[in-house]
Write a protein that binds this ligand. Structure first.
Ligand code: BGC
Length: 793
């Protein structure tokens, strides 16, 4: 964290802001800123259902056990730590020439120290059981029960407890080849039947110590290998070569030892174990008695794995973790099944508009591959999925009379599958793909006549999907729609109306939002379980220097970007004062008889104020802001600031996106302070890259670092600063059509191969890491080493 806290900012009633103008290279064109349905309720019945992939699909029983296995000597290491005795494998591997590469198991995977990390892997893989072995010489260093090593007991007990806590069945092998060396030296190992009672003693210690927790046991692992490779051909420890007899003799002993242990287990230990530890541990294991077994609940006395449950991070256990997409960016099928054209179809088809000459005609082909996408969401264990409905797919000509039932079926299937899998749908009504007809006929958001049409569209959605969907967003990033679409023309519909375009579009959008908000609550949210809001985008505006001027400039910038939309909705129904004054004064100086910033009537203010159930925030980056003299009519000129980046900040695949995790904490605090701490759902946050080569595509450490840094700061904002953040949504689940950047900038946690007609999806490492975050309800304490990237804090 940077040393300065949010509270140090000099807000003085003026507010910070601009941030967004540098996004998507707006700076290129603004030199002065270079510086700086009540449709059938049975619809689902008639629709094609997702192919079943549940337990019954393969024919295997639903309780079929899927697991992974290890063995002590192969993974533990710590070969002479904490009192462990030597095994025949320690000896054998230390003898030169025995191991191909001259190595040994002295350290191996170091699982003796890293078992918690291994546990995370098991959890991530969702195994139903974990087969592992106990090391006889770790538990009984000289091979006999008198030598019990309590540290070894604690080690295995912790593993067993963690497995059980996570619903993973322990399947324990008693003997996976690492005989205590003493028993080889003294008796000749498995060649001598005298070791049968010693093996029985060892097994008894294990049953007594772990038997109330462990219900699945194996006596020996692969006696064939032990006998033939160990005692006949000598290619494994103990390296004895007794051709013709060695293997048979060892096998004979092993079979008898197995039988003894089998009977003992069933006769003495496979009864009700609840009484067992208290009753027996004391008589047989005196050394354990003092250190461990005195407690009635053994595990309480042992070092516990550090918690990673809901409470570890301090986030509430019902915190919403999700991922987001948008229709035009993923669906494709741009003119299939009756879909009408959108302004983005038109814009992207015009040569020169999209960097790489691409378009969203096919995109990720999610229109056809949604079932595959559903599997990804399930795998990632997201709690919610934010996606948008395509207005021109549902209403091809933009009006309710044109309802397309195939589009209804498509979205209905997605919603049903989400709900069947316990994933909350969070639907955006408008993520930029206006029906082209409404742009052509009315001029799009420049014309308030489209408000009733948007309301009609929203009503179709509420009627059709409203009984299933309880989380709605009216608009995604009205800032981008207004500024990039109608002011600088860098996004569809590509209109350049400097000085007025953005303000007019924003004005229409805010009114349309308010109408839909009220309609939803008055007519459709009858059981009051639904929530609806708007999603606003803003990066953090940090004063470039500590001067009061820069603090004021940064605050102004923040108000012109986030405050522009948030102030009407979350404060008083009207634009921030600094916007009204600034644009008003500049308009006057331009000899205009009214401000370029439209005014709301008192009725409109009352209608807009408070139209939220939560605060939807998309945030990605931070800018350094300083005051600048600007001339001419234009939204950016009105702000009067110059924006820059600290050269030390890490960059990304997008010119506007630098990695500044502390910006997340500051913007959340700003929202808390400005709008009385509303519940916030971060509806987008993520990072792009331009990687095209392997392994860079998949090994996206920078993305892992970004998420870790930003999410840590979000958690600090919640836990330390008491910001009311209730959810977080990563952008994006998969690479997709990044608007004017085409497919050159990739934000996905899944790679999509856009050159392959099948559009295969492949997980990147960040997807695994994000799943771990979801599982841990915060930053996981133990992460596979490959995820240990440079800390972005
Ligand atoms: C938009 C997304 C976009 C992302 C990355 C947000 O502005 O809502 O559609 O892909 O940022 O630029």
């Amino acid at each position: 964290m940077a040393s300065r806290s949010i509270g140090d900012n000099v807000f003085k009633g003026m507010s910070l802001c601009l941030t967004e103008y540098s996004k998507r290279n707006t700076m290129d064109v603004i030199p002065s800123l270079l510086l700086s349905v009540a449709l059938c309720s049975t619809l689902t019945v008639c629709l094609p259902q997702p192919r079943g992939e549940g337990p019954s699909a393969s024919g295997l029983p639903s309780d079929f056990l899927w697991g992974v296995a290890t063995a002590a000597y192969q993974i533990e290491g710590a070969w002479k730590e904490d009192g462990k005795g030597p095994s025949i494998w320690d000896e054998y591997s230390h003898q030169p020439g025995n191991i191909d590469d001259g190595s040994n198991g002295d350290v191996a995977c170091d699982s003796y120290h890293k078992w918690q990390e291994d546990m995370e892997i098991l959890k991530l893989m969702r195994v139903k059981h974990y087969r592992f072995s106990l090391s006889w010489p770790r538990l009984l260093p000289d091979g006999t029960k008198g030598s019990l090593n309590t540290k070894a007991v604690a080690y295995y007990m912790n593993i067993i407890k963690a497995l059980k806590d996570n619903g993973i069945i322990p399947l324990i092998t008693l003997y996976h080849w690492d005989l205590p060396k003493t028993l080889q030296d003294k008796y000749g190992g498995w060649l001598n039947e005298s070791i049968i009672p010693l093996f029985k003693d060892y097994a008894e210690v294990c049953f007594k110590t772990f038997g109330d927790q462990v219900k699945h046991w194996l006596t020996f692992n692969e006696p064939w290998c032990v006998s033939v490779l160990g005692y006949e051909v000598g290619q494994m420890a103990p390296g004895i070569k007794l051709a013709g007899t060695g293997a048979y003799r060892a096998a004979h002993t092993i079979l008898k030892a197995h039988a003894e242990v089998y009977h003992m287990y069933h006769e003495k230990y496979n009864t009700d174990k609840s009484e067992y530890i208290k009753r027996n541990t004391m008589d047989v294991i005196p050394s354990l008695l003092l250190s461990v077994a005195l407690c009635s609940t053994l595990t309480v006395c042992l070092p516990q794995p550090r918690g990673e449950g809901p409470s570890a991070s301090g986030l509430p256990s019902d915190f919403l973790w999700g991922v987001a997409t948008a229709a035009y960016q993923i669906e494709g099928a741009w003119k299939e099944d009756g879909k009408g054209p959108s302004i983005w179809d038109e814009y992207s088809h015009k040569p020169g508009n999209i960097d790489d000459g691409s378009n969203g005609d096919v995109a990720c082909d999610s229109y056809h591959k949604w079932q595959e996408d559903m599997e990804i969401l399930k795998l990632m264990r997201v709690k919610h999925y934010r996606f948008s409905l395509s207005w021109p797919r549902l209403l091809p000509d933009g009006t309710k009379g044109s309802l397309n039932t195939k589009a209804v079926a498509y979205y209905m299937n997605i919603i049903k599958a989400l709900k069947d899998n316990g994933i909350i749908p969070l639907i955006t009504l408008y993520h930029w793909d206006l029906p082209k007809t409404l742009q052509d006929k009315y001029g799009g958001w420049l014309n308030e006549s489209i408000i009733p049409l948007f309301k009609d569209y929203a009503e179709v959605c509420f009627k059709t999907f409203g009984d299933q969907v309880k989380h709605w967003l009216t608009f995604n990033e009205p800032w981008c729609v207004s500024v990039l679409g109608y002011e600088v023309g860098q996004m569809a519909p590509g209109i350049k109306l400097a000085g007025t375009g953005a303000y007019r579009a924003a004005h229409t959008i805010l009114k349309a939002h308010a109408e839909v908000y009220h309609m939803y609550h008055e007519k459709y949210n009858t059981d009051k379980s639904g929530k609806i809001s708007i999603t606003l985008n803003s990066d953090w505006s940090e004063p470039k220097t500590k001067t009061a001027e820069d603090a004021e400039a940064a605050e102004r910038s923040q108000q012109f970007s986030l405050g522009w939309f948030a102030h009407p909705v979350y404060a008083n129904g009207d634009y921030p004062d600094v916007m009204k004054w600034t644009v008003g004064n500049r308009s006057k100086a331009e000899n205009l008889n009214q401000s370029r910033l439209p005014e709301f009537t008192d009725d409109e203010k009352a209608r807009i104020k408070g139209t939220f159930d939560f605060f939807g925030l998309n945030t990605y980056s931070t800018n350094l802001i300083t005051g600048a003299k600007t001339t001419g009519a234009g939204y950016f000129q009105d702000i009067g600031v110059a924006s820059s980046k600290d050269p030390k900040w890490k960059t990304s695949g997008s010119s506007w996106l630098t990695v500044v995790p502390w910006g997340m904490r500051r913007i959340l605090n700003w929202i808390k302070q400005q709008y009385s701490n509303p519940p916030v759902i971060i509806t987008e946050n993520g990072i792009s890259d331009r990687n095209t080569t392997i392994p860079g595509i998949y090994r996206d450490y920078w993305r892992i670092g970004y998420y870790r840094g930003y999410i840590s700061n979000m958690i600090d904002a919640v836990v330390k600063d008491k910001c009311n953040v209730i959810g977080y949504t990563a952008w994006s689940v998969m690479d997709n059509f990044e608007w004017s950047r085409g497919y050159s900038e990739k934000f996905g946690m899944y790679h999509v191969n856009f050159s392959d007609p099948q559009r295969p999806r492949t997980p990147k490492e960040s997807s695994v890491y994000y799943s771990m975050i979801i599982k841990a309800n915060g930053i996981p304490k133990y992460t596979p080493r490959s995820f240990h990237v440079v800390d972005e804090n």
